[in-house]
Design a protein around this ligand. Sequence first.
Ligand code: GLN
Length: 495
Amino acid sequence: MSKLTELTVADAISGLRKKEFSAVELTEDHINAVKDSQELNAYVVKTFDLARQRSILSDKKISSGEAGLLEGIPIAVKDLFCTKGVHSSACSKVLDGFQPPYESTVTQKLWDSGAVMLGKANMDEFAMGSSNSTSCYGPAINPWTPKETGEQRVPGGSSGGSAVAVAARAALAATGTDTGGSIRQPASFCGVVGLKPTYGRCSRWGIIAFASSLDQAGPITRSVKDAALMLNVMAGFDSKDSTSLDKNVPDYVKDLDQGVKGLRIGVPEEYRIDGMLPEITALWEQGIEWFKNAGGEIKEISLPHTKYALPTYYIIAPAEASSNLARYDGVRFGLRETGDDLIDMYSKSRAKGFGEEVKRRVMIGTYVLSAGYYDAYYLKAQRVRSRIAKDFKDAFNDVDVILTPTAPTGAFAVGEKTDDPISMYLNDVFTVPASLAGLPGISIPSGLSPEGMPLGLQLIGRPFDEVTILSAGRFLETAADFNCLPSDNIGRKKL
Ligand code: GLN
């Protein structure tokens, strides 16, 4: 039998049920994998004792026939999810020491289904970033390295630690959140599958808020089927989140193999951006070919407002962030500095607690919401956002899914764009439009760049049509036959 850490979630579930191994063994092997991959800095909090206890319970449940859907499956949880009694800080100093007295709805659903938490995954501070380098715990490192140089690469962000844990076989799956690409882009950089569900599909309750009209939880996994299995548990209405939709949750696994014959695949011309890397163009063309050869119908489409998506996002997201982050004042949570008076205490706590990128967003957000600028920036951005959503709505009259690259490049070097926020923001060019429109998107590992780094293709679907992007994703995954393992030249044990 292959190493337990190599299994997919689906195979692990079946092995556990057949008693080929126990949940305790599966958990222990993953704990060892977490320890062995320490230098990747994927985990910022480790909950091994909890995991061990939980896995003993899982074995009992499996034996007594009471196993939940994900019984005994060891996973990583992005540090943005509040986990009861377990340090949750969104990788920000401002929340240092915060142990939530409650559990987020999505993680509660996972525990109710029997999943086992290995720990909290590293991420960009408050989910702001595309490289996991704004974390107060330091960057997470991509387990993939270019074959020639072995240079350390970023895992993408903001759910970088989650993608690293899954790619490095230090978790069978992980939760992530995606506001403008934070599940899909790190999945693309790390050669794993990342699914951002429709806005409102998974509850946001108990997830530390970044930009509330965009934030959405989703899974990062090593196969499309695993993403479907995770979504089966994570999705669903929650009365505690007024934007979660009371809509039936289908079985996302059931129709995975329906194929793509007759499926209409849209290819948006506006995503052919200037200066696109040849390997990205080639991968996209290859994806189109695969669909065509399997009986898919390729249609050129136009999403005319695409070029405004990035500036629109970088007004709306900071605006909402500046409001959401006002609660970190040193009084209620985490870090508190002493000051001469209340205002002084607020500003000193915030000045010390927030990192540079977070401060930048709070300032931009406050500016675009301020009297005199609100109409010119925030309101205008909201109007453009509706246009972007309408582009997609119109396109979906003619097509069933949209195929694009996930990111304009593969993983870049650690530290490379840190001092250049604009070039960092450009990473999100292909992911942000679907976020603004609230649509589901999935990144499928589909090829390698010339230097040997993973590249993903993105499928975007109609609202609440995760079923179609999952089955198209399943097709893509099979066509790409992407089964490469990260290389081993950064001193860690052989995977
Ligand atoms: N990279 C984007 C940003 O920094 C997206 C982040 C996210 O999706 N959480 O805002």
